[in-house]
Design a binder for this molecule. Structure first.
Ligand code: ZN
Length: 340
């Protein structure tokens, strides 16, 4: 048999001799292929396309893991949600080939902001996509751009943005309250998470954003200050918007989400669910009543695809210790570009 297999022609003839296959028997197989192939292609075309842009590596290991985080989110939607959606991940910033945006219903950006924002210098392209009804969603540092032209684009696309010197970004444990009137909150109960929850966004005037997740920062809840502003301090004790949604006049939708600093938080089921819900809502889809389904994330999966850093951290699953960190000592006002 070995000798026969070595020669494909002999092998085929031998198999034919052993299992004679008539042309009539092959006909249904041929017809089935003819019917199934275009159908398979059509089914793929009917899936809603989302382009997920992961920013370039930035912070120490385990923080701002845009590439690994986007892989987890794409896997959940593509393989676990059972929804007619397909996510294409673009790694390390703006795509070299903009044809990736063809037929996309949403562009979701998880990256650094300001000069390192993937849309920096590509505002016209994003504006063209938004004007044609494509949804835009920005996560974590990707909600931060300077005021002026770039800030105005963000007010139009997603209803607002983080503004240096006005907004602030402490790490704090937020008991998150979902707005149950909004479909993005489907299947999402209130839940706590410790993150670098930016707050006090600069909104479009008049305000277009609808709250999706809110929480109230206090001194006791803040375990680390990064940039601290008078405007942010004034908002202590007031309910803040940590995820919001806009329905734009051009028919498209926009979402901002200020969490996403710690990679481990993707393993919090409700944290992940509200972001997956937001992604499909931004793409114009209906959010299932119980929210988007996805499988729990294991510690091993949390440690996959991390950006290469000089010192690699092993990432543990989120725990109560994250939520119960001691309050940080208050700090002086500080932010990049602050005059002494
Ligand atoms: Zn961060």
């Amino acid at each position: 048999m070995k000798g026969i297999l070595a020669n494909p022609i002999t092998c085929f003839l031998t198999i034919r001799a052993e299992f004679p296959v008539s042309r009539i028997m092959l006909l249904p197989v041929f017809l089935m292929l003819l019917v199934c192939l275009p159908e398979a292609r059509a089914a793929d075309d009917t899936k809603t396309k989302i382009v997920l842009i992961a920013g370039q590596p930035s912070h120490p290991s385990g923080q701002h893991e845009f590439n690994a985080g986007c892989i987890l989110l794409a896997r959940a939607l593509n393989e676990q949600s059972s929804l007619p959606v397909h996510v294409t991940v673009v790694h390390n910033g703006w795509p070299n080939d903009e044809s990736v945006f063809e037929n996309a219903k949403a562009v979701v950006i998880y990256s650094d902001g300001n000069d390192r924002h993937p849309t920096n210098g590509h505002e016209e392209k994003v504006d063209e996509l938004a004007a044609s009804g494509v949804g835009i969603m920005c996560m974590h540092y990707a909600v931060e751009v300077p005021p002026g032209d770039r800030g105005n684009y963000f007010k139009r696309w997603i209803g607002g943005h983080y503004e240096g010197g006005f907004s602030c970004n402490p790490h704090w444990t937020a008991p998150l309250a979902p707005n149950s009137d909004h479909p993005i909150a489907n299947g999402v109960p209130g839940f706590p998470a410790n993150d670098e929850w930016y707050y006090n966004m600069r909104w479009a005037d008049p305000k277009t954003a609808t709250d999706v997740l809110t929480s109230t920062p206090t001194r006791e809840k803040i375990n680390r200050y990064i940039h601290w502003t008078p405007a942010g301090e004034k908002e202590l004790g007031n309910r803040q918007t940590l995820m919001w949604a806009v329905q734009r006049k051009d028919g498209g939708r926009g979402v901002g989400f200020t969490g996403g600093h710690w990679h481990r938080n993707w393993a919090i089921d409700d944290f992940r669910r509200v972001v997956l819900n937001a992604m499909i809502w931004t793409a114009g889809m209906e959010v299932p009543e119980g929210g988007v389904k996805s499988e729990p994330i294991t510690e091993a999966q949390l440690n996959e695809n991390l950006d290469e850093k000089r010192k690699m951290e092993h990432i543990s699953l989120p725990s109560d210790a994250d939520l119960n960190q001691p309050a940080a000592e208050p700090v002086e006002y500080r932010w990049p570009g602050k005059k002494p």
